[in-house]
Design a protein around this ligand. Structure first.
Ligand code: CAA
Length: 388
């Protein structure tokens, strides 16, 4: 068989990235995952390990000192980290989410200033879209940004902000023209150190306990005029375009946690003896494992196909990003739940990682748009004739 036939698979470069991340994840992230969950503490060991090998924000282009990873390579990083610890995978994932609006719409100066710091590991980036009364209906946000001389003054409350308090930089969506609905929303970079920025108590969550989720309060936060991202009134479009790309990274996260749960269930099924033989000898269990493996692979293929569209900036990314996120997150929930089933009573305890994986998987069906929102997005695209 010829080796130069362009096969439908990962390039050697992408395979090498997967192997490199897996090595770091297994040696430097996995050993702390249970403790991070138990203590609900930020995975600092993971952050340090990822910064050391330039995988903390791999999407940042080389011109800003980043690794310049393409969308597929970024997904591989997130997938492999999520395979051992979903909380830690939110470091590269949310760094992309927070900074992508800057990459999409920001001025050259804004990109230079913030992407350089992000790439150098001098601060994480968070994304502030949701509010207490504006979740799925993001456009109904109330946070206001008012021009005052050359400055902008921001007031409002952002909710469900991943890595809030740990991140130094925040992309904040705020209303600049209350009469223009989505055309009256603009995006800004706010720094943790800006006067008037404060944070709520960490939410007490079911999963991803190592990734702090807090409210962000903006009380008369005055920022210089050049911290607006791109054009006034374009913020909602930047926010939606960002989500088109980053829903693919959530799909990768979901594939990672599903693979981690499947790997554990396979090893356990071969070891665990009942009725005088390994439980993997029973066909009932084999069929369960087969379905798990089949669905993880289907989710992975959809995710990588969407990553290709993300990298090329294809017009149908909106559909494929939503579809990959929706499908992969449902698979993650099902596979992680079935992994607990394979381990039986042991799976239900914290002595084994699959119960954490099951709890962590749940959020992938909720954030970056619930799977109900993904279906709205997909249906609109289909009806508009945009899907391939
Ligand atoms: N790309 C570019 N522009 C887009 C777009 C896209 N994908 N989607 C919408 N827009 C534009 C539209 O073109 C439209 O502009 P025009 O009027 O010029 O056509 C404008 O934005 C408004 O679009 P809609 O009319 O579709 O807006 P809507 O109010 O009906 O909302 C929605 C649509 C899809 C439901 C959207 O509100 C949505 O995605 N909601 C979910 C929000 C979400 O995902 N939140 C997650 C928060 S982040 C998070 O979870 C993060 C974390 O910390 C990990």
């Amino acid at each position: 068989m010829s080796n130069d036939f362009p096969l439908y698979g990962l390039s050697e470069e992408h395979q090498a990235i997967r192997e490199a991340v897996r090595a770091v994840a297994e040696a430097k992230i996995a050993p702390y995952a249970a403790d991070v969950d138990e203590q609900a503490r930020f995975p600092q060991e993971a952050a340090d390990a990822l910064v050391a090998v330039d995988f903390h924000a791999p999407h940042v282009p080389e011109e800003y000192g980043g690794a310049g990873a393409d969308a597929l390579a970024t997904c591989l990083v997130i997938e492999e980290v999520a395979r051992v610890d979903v909380s830690a995978s939110l470091i590269p994932a949310v760094n992309k989410l927070g900074s992508l609006p800057v990459m999409i719409g920001g001025s050259p100066e804004l990109k230079q200033k913030y992407l350089t710091k992000l790439a150098a590991g001098e601060g994480l980036f968070s994304y502030c879209l949701s509010e207490p009364d504006a979740g799925s209906d993001a456009a109904s946000m109330k946070t206001r940004a008012v021009r005052d001389g050359d400055d902008w003054v921001l007031n409002g409350t952002k909710r469900w902000i991943t890595n809030a308090g740990v991140s130094d930089y925040y992309t904040v969506l705020a209303v600049t023209d209350p009469d223009a609905r989505t055309k009256g929303i603009s995006a800004f970079v706010v720094e943790k150190s800006d006067e008037g920025v404060s944070f709520g108590a960490p939410e007490k969550k079911l999963g991803i306990k190592g990734s702090p989720t807090r409210e962000v309060y903006l009380d008369q936060v005055r920022i210089p005029g050049d911290r607006i991202i791109g054009e006034e009134g374009k913020g909602f479009a930047y926010a939606m375009q960002t989500l088109d790309h980053t829903r693919v990274t959530i799909a990768a996260q979901a594939v990672g946690v599903a693979q981690g749960a499947l790997d554990y269930a396979l090893d356990y099924a071969k070891e665990r003896q009942q009725f005088g033989k390994p439980i993997s000898d029973f066909q009932g269990l084999q069929f369960l494992l087969a379905d798990m493996g089949m669905k993880v692979e289907a989710a992975r293929q959809m995710t990588y196909a969407a990553a290709g569209r993300s990298e090329r900036g294809d017009q149908d990314l909106t559909f494929f990003g939503a579809a990959a996120k929706c499908f992969a997150s449902d698979v993650a929930m099902e596979v992680a739940t079935n992994a607990v089933q394979v381990l039986g009573g042991y799976g239900f305890t914290r002595d084994y990682p699959v119960e954490r994986m099951m709890r962590d998987a749940k959020i992938t069906q909720i954030y970056e748009g619930t799977n109900q929102v993904q279906r709205i997005v997909m249906a609109r695209q289909l009806l508009a004739g945009v899907q391939s």
